[in-house]
Design a protein around this ligand. Structure first.
Ligand code: SAM
Length: 294
């Protein structure tokens, strides 16, 4: 095993960043996570345009998102999903976000690799950007596949909490949540940053306080910020240093108790949880979840 040097580690060791290619780094250490969230390239950057705050903008995100053939996309997805499966605990689960461009390829690869698909959540954006061509319906959804490592081994689902958050009715697989808000970009912009409310729900649904969450395409580390706001531990990997800087700055903001509380108060699911179980975010001190080997 190679010696890995983290790009950043928070003082409480609950937020670690690695700089580099996940395809390589995931082969260089041994550790099992309870949950993985991955927001991989959707391979959408092909010169298209969209509208943001009333202005026409390019949809090109960067080199990492340049279009691939179906075959290349399958090869990409099968490789990283295989590496991630090795990093999951036997009862662990993985969430992968995407649009119609990549999500069918992801689903096929998951099944081929022996994962069991649990749900395909539809994130219905309450404030989608308009469709400027006026030749299609407005795109307003993204999909998030939730799968467990294996067919047989049961997974953890915080069913009761999800039901309570949903006004005491079973939560469905359609989540009405808004797109990213301005307050979430206080440390700089990532072109495909996910909203904290989405990641908070994912983490609350599938992990317990103290557990480890991995994000192999972490960008600005929305996953890690949501994890830390909920007292979970986090490892994020990205190949672009500029995004790791945003990640680090976002985590450092949380060291200010007022900012930490302010972010928690802006996420509705966390507010509901706090009103129901005021001490729920505290880790169970009888259980140890171990530490990363670097
Ligand atoms: C869709 S974005 C993730 C955004 C993130 N969910 C957020 O909220 O900020 C995908 C990220 O994956 C990174 N990436 C792409 N290929 C990678 C690879 N092979 N290894 C590590 N990072 C990679 C890109 O730099 C980009 O920041």
């Amino acid at each position: 095993m190679k010696m890995i040097k983290p790009y950043y580690k928070s003082p409480d060791r609950a937020f670690t960043l690695l700089h580099g290619d996940s395809f390589k780094l995931l082969c260089e250490f041994d550790f099992k996570f309870s949950c993985i969230f991955a927001d991989p390239p959707y391979f959408l950057s092909n010169g298209g345009i969209s509208v943001q705050s009333g202005k026409i903008v390019s949809v090109d995100k960067g080199e990492w998102d340049k279009g691939k053939s179906q075959q290349e996309m399958m090869e990409f997805n099968i490789e990283w999903l295989g590496l991630c499966r090795d990093k999951l605990k036997d009862n662990g689960t993985i969430w992968i976000s995407g649009t119609y461009h990549n999500i069918f390829s992801v689903a096929t690869c998951l099944t081929e690799l022996g994962y069991k698909i649990l749900n395909v959540v539809t994130w219905a954006k309450t404030n989608p950007p308009p469709n400027i061509s006026c030749r299609y319906f407005t795109y307003s959804t993204e999909f998030i596949i939730w799968a467990r490592k294996s067919e047989k081994k049961p997974h953890f689902f915080n069913y009761d909490l999800m039901k309570q958050i949903n006004g005491d009715k079973q939560m469905t697989d359609v989540w009405q949540l808004s797109a990213i808000a301005r307050w979430e970009k206080s440390c700089g912009k990532h072109p495909t940053q996910k909203p904290l409310a989405l990641l908070a729900r994912i983490i609350m649904a599938s992990t317990k306080p103290g557990e480890w969450v991995l994000d192999p395409f972490c960008g600005s580390s929305t996953t890690g910020i949501a994890a830390n706001l909920l007292d979970r531990r986090y490892l994020g990997i990205d190949q672009e240093q500029k995004y790791l800087e945003i990640s680090k700055n976002r985590q450092e903001e949380l060291e200010n108790q007022q900012t930490y509380q302010m972010y928690r108060s802006k996420i509705k699911d966390i507010q509901v949880m706090d009103s129901l179980y005021p001490s729920m975010v505290k880790e169970d001190s009888d259980i140890t979840y171990g530490d990363l080997p670097f």
